[in-house]
Design a protein around this ligand. Structure first.
Ligand code: ADP
Ligand code: GLC
Length: 480
């Protein structure tokens, strides 16, 4: 693996998921998109992630570059090379990752040894970075979320070898908690078990470790960076973050505009001519048996408490009575899945629900929908409101995190100035969400205003360019 001469620096990203190899949420999209976006501005990027069972058949496309004996209960090997256009290193440690199920959970729920599984990833990341492999040694280790949280800590304990570290928080709700008794098992030093270092409410948190030991901290939107310092959003970590406020930057995610573009949908369309959008809507409604005189809202999401899904059952009946319709694609909490199915059973020609994960189908929803709903209680960045912008599928979002940073509310002033791109509500409760849905029905009925909003939305730049420039600046600052 040779580094091109004009490289501004080498970065090893450490993460538990990465598009196109494995994805459970937006983390994977971002980890998968960053290398391409940063390569364009001169950074040499590689990604280290676990070789889960689903990825093992591809190990024979890669070369062994590292052997790690006794990696938390078995041997580990790092296999490196090009997979689907991405420079990856897969950590093959069958005793930790060769299991039936997803990255974090099996048929019986979360894996009991998740702390150890991802500590192993972080351990190897720090060792690789310190020594380099085949002449490739990163300048920067970029750790993503709790799964990679111990990386900066291990790097610091074992000697950084001149490698700088950055920790990115995609979601503070997941903190990588482990009991204090796990210190030795996780190869962490006892003398670092105090509040200023590893200790976290009497136990351990890999995310906190990352926040304490990383040289720099980023999160995925400027607004979330500010929110995280406050107890309402910091989820116990606000003190740690406030203490490191000087090291924290919020960098908004982008989306892959080659993939998320109405120009590549079954009936393509542009901001100039939205006719194709109407055709996509008509075809979708016909296929789903929907008959919707008012706005067709769509929602593509994990069905969890974070996403405000419980508000739908309360507010959608009135929205339907006002002429609206809803198409949902998602999976998650069993009670929420059941609630969505109840809505569908109650309004069969207005509400369509598909439980599951389906990338292709999700495109159809954005192409067909008039609006996309994102009523999240908290949302570090959020990607689906940005797909909505790109598709002229007007986002209706709560005023939190990256949603607040990306959508311009249709206030009378914003409408008359011709800049509104969506509907933003606050606080996150059924009253405000219900009011926002009423506003959606009203705005949709006002065709000139509605079309203007769609066009405004589609004019927003949601690609990776600005984010890549911000990460490039951060990396360059770290090396300076
Ligand atoms: P989070 O990472 O918190 O789940 P994001 O909005 O950042 O939220 O990213 C979610 C990503 O996962 C988006 O790309 C979205 O389209 C996708 N997604 C979520 N649920 C599904 C699903 N059921 N089918 C297909 N794609 C989904
Ligand atoms: C997390 C957040 C989401 C964000 C994504 C990518 O999953 O919940 O808001 O867009 O990470 O950074």
């Amino acid at each position: 693996m040779q580094t091109p001469v004009e490289t501004r620096g080498r970065v090893l990203s450490v993460a538990s998921e990465c598009v196109p190899l494995i994805k459970t949420g937006g983390l994977a999209d971002v980890v998968g998109a960053l290398p391409g976006a940063l390569a364009k501005v001169g950074w040499d990027m590689r990604v280290l992630m676990p070789a889960y069972r689903a990825l093992r058949p591809r190990l024979n496309e890669l070369d062994e570059v590292w052997f790690e004996p006794n990696l938390f209960g078995g041997d580990g090997r790092v296999m490196a090379g090009d997979l689907d256009g991405l420079q990856v290193m897969l950590l093959d440690a069958p005793h930790l990752y060769d299991r039936e199920g997803g990255p974090y959970a099996g048929p019986g729920g979360d894996w009991f040894d998740n702390a150890r599984r991802f500590a192993a990833l972080s351990w190897v990341a720090a060792r690789l970075a310190r020594d380099g492999i085949d002449g490739w040694k990163p300048d920067i280790l970029h750790a993503h979320d709790w799964q990679a949280g111990f990386t900066p800590a291990y790097l610091s304990y074992g000697g950084t070898g001149g490698v700088a570290s950055v920790m990115t928080v995609h979601n503070i709700a997941f903190q990588g908690w482990a009991p204090a008794q796990a210190l030795a098992d996780l190869r962490l030093p006892f003398d670092q078990f105090y509040p200023g270092a590893l200790e976290y409410y009497g136990g351990l948190s890999s995310l906190k470790a990352g926040l304490v030991y990383a040289d720099r901290i980023t999160t995925v939107s400027p607004n979330y960076a500010a929110e995280l310092m406050r107890p309402e959003f910091g989820m116990g970590m606000e003190g740690v973050l406030a203490q490191r406020a000087g090291a924290v930057t919020g960098i908004l995610n982008g989306v892959d505009t080659d993939v998320w573009s109405p120009a590549v949908e079954p009936v393509p369309y542009t901001a100039k001519s939205l006719k194709g959008k109407a055709a996509n809507r008509a075809a979708f409604c016909a296929e789903m048996g929907l008959d919707v005189p008012g706005p067709l809202a769509v929602l593509v999401s994990r069905l969890t408490d974070q996403k405000g899904i419980d508000l739908l059952e309360i507010c959608i009946p009135e929205f339907v009575a006002a002429g609206g319709g809803l198409a949902i694609l998602g999976s998650g909490d069993a009670l929420m899945e059941a609630a969505m199915r109840r809505l569908e059973a109650r309004f069969p020609n207005r509400v369509s629900v598909r439980i599951g994960y389906d990338e292709t189908f999700s495109h159809r929803l954005f192409a067909a929908g008039d609006a996309v709903l994102v009523p999240s209680r908290f949302e570090p960045c959020g990607l689906t409101q940005m797909y909505g912008l790109a598709y002229g599928t007007v986002p209706l979002v709560s005023l939190v995190g990256g949603l607040a940073d990306t959508v311009i509310n249709a206030s009378p002033a914003a409408i008359s100035a011709g800049v509104a791109t969506g509907i933003v509500f606050h606080p996150v409760d059924a009253t405000a969400f219900g009011q926002a849905l009423r506003q959606l029905v009203k705005l949709f009925a006002n065709k000139p205003v509605w079309t203007q909003m769609q066009k405004n939305a589609m004019k927003q730049s949601v690609g990776w360019q600005a984010s890549a420039a911000a990460y490039a600046k951060l990396y360059a600052d770290m090396l300076a």
